[in-house]
Structure formats: C-alpha cells, structure tokens
Design a binder for this molecule. Sequence first.
Ligand code: BTN
Length: 253
Amino acid sequence: MHKIFAKPLFLGKKVIFLTECHSTNDEMSSLQKNEDFLEGLVVYTDHQKKGKGQRGNVWLDEPGKNILMSVLLKPDFLRVPEQYLLNVVVGLSVIKSLARHLDEKTLKLKWPNDVLVGTRKICGILVENALYGDRLENSTVGIGVNLNQRAFSLPTATSMVMETDIEFDRDNFIEELLVDLEFFLLKLKNGQKSLLLQLYHEKLYRKGITSTFRDKDGDFEAVILGIDNSGKLIVSRGASFRNYQVKEIEFLE
Ligand code: BTN
C-alpha cells in the first residue's frame, strides 16, 4: 500500500505502488478477482515488463521515468454502447492536466484517445471494461504519460520533460490528473454528455482536414468529421460517409 492522494474527492483514496509489474491494467484485474475494491483504487508502477497498448501493441517505458497507472472505476450508470464515453472523459482529463504546464492549443486527441502535443504522442490510454448485462460493472482506466523520459525509439513520441525541459514530480502529476479525471467523470455522471462530446470534437486531431487512412480495402484519403453515438470514427470520402471501429481503420497521416 502507498500514501493516498489527498486532493481528489474519491479517486486515489486507496493506492498500490509496485516497483515493477507486467501491466498495471493486468494487476488491477487480478486484484479484482480476490477482493471487491471500491471505485478509485489506483495501481501504479516504476516499470511495466509487458505494458499493453491499444490494438494488441506493447507499451514500453524507461524505468522510473513515466506515469504508468490504472484507476478502477465503477460506471454502472453507463450502458454498454456508451462505454466509449469513458475514453472521451479520460482523454479530456489528460488534456486538462497537461494544459497546466503546456500550451493548451497544441494539445490534441487522436481518435480514439491518444494524446498529442502537436503531432507527437505524449500519452496513451487503454480502458478495459467488465460488463454486467447491458451495463458496465468495472472499468480499468490505464494511463501512460511520458513524463521524465528524454529519448524514445519512436520519433513520433514526446514527453513532458522534452516539451518543457523541466523534470516533473510523478506523484504530484498523478494527484492533479486524478482531480481532473473526477472533474470530467462527474460531468458524465450528471448527464452532460453533449458538453463532453463538444469538448472532445474541439480537440479532435485533424478534424475537417484531409488525411490518409488504411482499411481492409487499401489506402485512401478522407476527412474526419467526428465520432458517432457509439464512438465510431466518421470519415467522408467525397460524397460518401463511413463509420469505423478502432480495429477497422488505421491513420497513416
Ligand atoms: C496506447 O496508446 O496504445 C495505450 C497505452 C496504454 C498504456 C498504459 S500504461 C498503464 C496501463 N497499463 C498497461 O499495460 N497499459 C496502460
């Protein structure tokens, strides 16, 4: 067990810190098998040996440098088709936190929820949901923020220290992030879905701009229009429109 985070109201009141683990998301699901934890449990680590990304990708880290954490939510007020709203909320929360230190205008959400500074990725989000009937029972919100790591194998990655030349205190950053996550979660609980979607669309990377994509039929140029009411990406190709799920389309630039 670790110190609790004082500033948030209900997140981070129980905290588990691990010097290393396979994946904080996987740790969270094994913990859930043995004990029914309350909403807000935070698991974080110095290093993941099998960090998980979206689409089955790996999430790599330099030990001790970054935020690698999972937060347990119990969004039983959401129906299964609304689960994408958690991605919306988490993405907006990370932007709010980053904007405490970076120019907000440079921060974008690349669908579904990569967080970019300009064109470079600073944060990845992996939300894994456990369903109960047509509702969400538990959600493990995995967040990886590149904080104090100065070099990456991918040229498209960046970090807070690379953007500012300032080293950040990880616990303070997590604490503020939990405050921001609560802020947007409460909006979702209070039924402010259209406001959240409006904010998400304002931050959507390359919205309205022609970009190159790949789907099962090959590469094509299209314009992102936004997301639909199940979280799919809507793109237009000339006069035709199509809605894609995450695994059906790849963004090439
Ligand atoms: C992505 O952009 O592909 C998502 C990356 C998510 C990484 C975080 S780090 C903490 C949590 N535990 C994991 O194994 N993955 C998420």
